[in-house]
Write a protein that binds this ligand. Structure first.
Ligand code: AMP
Length: 339
């Protein structure tokens, strides 16, 4: 652990020297960001630090059990602006693009609050932060928090519950290409500490709201295919959400499911976030890297899982994204520049 001692010692000092600590993660948070928060708050509690979680969004429906153990507050600028000034340190987790913090991003940049970023996404700019660990070689942000708590000798079953959720969800239950021996060693260690793997799995994957499955049914009826089935894409607009009585929190995992269809190399979800805002979700099976494509649309992410938010109507975005993805698949699979 000599290496990680150097790697974590500055962050450790910053936490030691702070008393009021803010934690945040990205908009539409996932198990990695929220599980990492849970593990860190458990540590901060033991160190008698004042802390508060302020996220740009609420905990999504499929992870709502997390609300039983911790308070995940949603940040609203008009209400919380003043309160933010009381913090002396912000730890932001799992954020590859600082602006995925929403309003909180500018709020922090215009303050005296020190900022730590801990993340496993590729980063364009790192100079927003007073300290950071950005490591794209690890499966998840949860792995990094595990490394920190292990270095501090502060792992226990409570932090382990958050960390297990983080790696389980970010590796697709230990199946994606980001799964490596470190991921399994970590899981093994957490089980030794008493983490109940089956309990977490049941809470996350065996508690699907019926509305979500109804919506999935509609999506399955309306998938669009290009390039002989290599590209599959689907639309989630306001009408389909309304007719299935579901909402944005039910969309987690949809693109992964569509990617799982035999022959599909890339799957895309086009989600009408609002009239002039469209969210894109890209997933690849591994033969086509899609993160640069996401970057072209102002987003980012990993080679095989990325996304973007575009300030245009879904109609306009759909054409641009589908044709750019078709070109990209042609280029990467067949070495062709045009369709
Ligand atoms: P998602 O498809 O929302 O699960 O996101 C997959 C990955 O893409 C995330 O881990 C993020 O790194 C990245 N990502 C998604 N949306 C954006 C965005 N608007 N800007 C930058 N990166 C994004």
């Amino acid at each position: 652990m000599n290496n990680s001692k150097n790697r974590w010692s500055k962050i450790d000092s910053l936490i030691n020297d702070s008393n009021n600590i803010l934690l945040s993660t990205h908009i539409n948070p996932d198990g990695d960001g929220l599980g990492s928060q849970l593990a860190l708050t458990n540590y901060l509690k033991k160190k008698n630090k004042n802390y508060k979680i302020f996220n740009p969004s609420l905990v999504p429906n499929d992870l709502s059990y997390l609300n039983d153990n911790e308070k995940f507050n949603q940040y609203t600028q008009s209400i919380h602006e003043k309160e933010i000034k009381n913090f002396d340190l912000a730890i932001i987790l799992d954020i590859g693009d600082f602006h995925r913090l929403g309003d909180l991003a500018n709020e922090l940049l215009n303050s005296e609050i020190k900022i730590i970023s801990i993340d496993h996404h590729p980063h364009k700019k790192e100079n927003y932060f007073d300290e950071f660990i950005h490591d794209t070689s690890v499966s998840s942000t949860g792995y990094l928090i595990y490394e920190f708590l292990n270095f501090k000798n502060e792992l226990d079953v409570e932090s382990g519950n958050g960390l297990y959720l983080a790696i389980m969800t970010d590796t697709g239950s230990f199946s994606y290409s980001n799964t490596d021996s470190r991921t399994h060693s970590m899981a093994s260690h957490l089980i030794e500490l008493g983490v109940d793997v089956n309990d977490i799995h049941k809470k996350v994957y065996q508690s699907v709201p019926y509305e979500k499955l109804k919506l999935m049914g509609e999506v399955l009826q309306n998938i669009n295919f290009n390039l002989n089935g290599k590209l599959a894409w689907f639309i989630i607009d306001q009408d389909i959400l309304k007719s299935s009585n579901s909402n944005i929190e039910h969309l987690g995992g949809f693109t992964d499911t569509i990617r799982s269809i035999k022959g599909v190399e890339v799957a895309i979800m086009l989600h009408e976030y609002s009239k002039y805002k469209t969210r894109i979700n890209f997933r690849s099976k591994g033969n086509v890297k899609i993160h640069k494509l996401a970057q072209r649309f102002g987003g980012g992410g990993h080679p095989f899982a990325s996304g973007a938010m575009i300030n245009q109507s879904i109609k306009i975005v759909r054409e641009a994204v589908v044709s750019a993805t078709v070109s990209e698949i042609n280029k990467q699979i067949y070495g062709k520049d045009v369709i």
